[in-house]
Design a protein around this ligand. Structure first.
Ligand SMILES: [Zn+2]
Length: 296
């Protein structure tokens, strides 16, 4: 039970950290696979992540169909199928985050690809098979579905989960190839083999989006200031080809993305320690994870 208690404390912290970093607002959610039963997962009932405070705020769900283990459980998030279908398809997935972060939304609405533009978000990948792609729920609606963009059932969740595989028809891999999938006109989803890693990916997906947007805006503003576009080679340092600066983006190469992800993976405890200290120092966020137990 000590393991369950520490996981619930971390799950409460994850709710707070994601809010503190503007990844979630009143909407968005984080879940964890149950440490006592891998066929179940735990997430908050229907409440804003910043206000999740104790184990009694959580509901335990079946992975099989996202139904509450306790039929009398309070109302949950509509989009819990995002989580259940990730746990169902990929046994390696321990934590799932879904959000509509304002910084990421331009990449789910504009057609501009989201790519890692510096080292910390190297997990976004550099190969075609692992960079974020955009899933569009509109393509799977039938005649009677409400077109409200929400992941409302197993079909929707399974379709989204399939986009985490570089080959969606390969349903046997236990580990998703992609760390992040964008959801058109909606948001994004990411995952981890731990709460800490999933939160790291969610936060740095939003940071990368912010930096990428600013990089493109700055570059275009500078080109406009010159009145002639950026001259070929004008900013190229040693080792940089001149015309890379004439491309809209210069994301990490596949080699850089893989190497930075490997290096960063060993350092996740550092931001987690900072981020939990930040939310513990803010009275908005209450973590009573040691009080009480999960509702039956
Ligand atoms: Zn959503």
């Amino acid at each position: 039970m000590a393991n369950l208690t520490s996981i619930l404390i971390n799950l409460i912290s994850a709710n707070h950290i994601l809010h503190n970093h503007a990844v979630v607002d009143a909407y968005g959610h984080v879940s964890v696979r149950s440490p006592t039963d891998p066929a179940q997962f735990i997430m908050s009932g229907n409440r804003a992540p910043a206000l999740v405070a104790s184990p009694s705020d959580f509901v335990t769900y079946h992975v099989s169909n996202a139904s509450a283990v306790n039929p009398d459980a309070p109302r949950g998030y509509i989009e819990r199928y995002i989580h259940s279908e990730m746990y169902k398809r990929y046994s390696n997935v321990t934590c799932v985050v879904h959000a509509h972060a304002e910084d990421v939304l331009p990449y789910a609405t504009s057609g501009v690809p989201l790519r890692p533009v510096y080292h910390l978000p190297g997990f976004l990948g550099g190969e075609e098979g692992d960079v974020p792609v955009v899933w569009d729920i509109e393509t799977i609606y039938n005649a009677t579905d409400p077109h409200d963009m929400l992941v409302r059932n197993e079909r929707d969740g399974a379709s989204l989960a399939s986009y985490f595989a570089s080959d969606p028809s390969n349903a046997t891999s236990s580990v998703p190839d992609r760390r992040v999938v964008l959801m058109r006109k909606h948001g994004f989803t990411t995952w981890g083999d731990s709460i800490e890693r999933a939160v790291f990916r969610a936060v740095f997906t939003a940071v990368n989006a912010r930096v990428q947007t600013n990089s493109v805006l700055l570059r275009n503003a500078f080109a406009g200031q010159l009145g002639q576009g950026i001259p070929e080679g004008s900013w190229s340092g040693a080792g940089n080809g001149g015309d890379v600066f004439n491309n809209a983006l210069e994301p990490l190469t596949a080699e850089q993305a893989a190497a930075t992800e490997r290096s960063n993976d060993g350092t996740i405890d550092r931001p987690w320690g900072l981020w939990t200290a930040e939310v513990e120092a803010n009275p908005l966020y209450q973590n009573n994870g040691t009080d009480g137990t999960l509702p039956a």
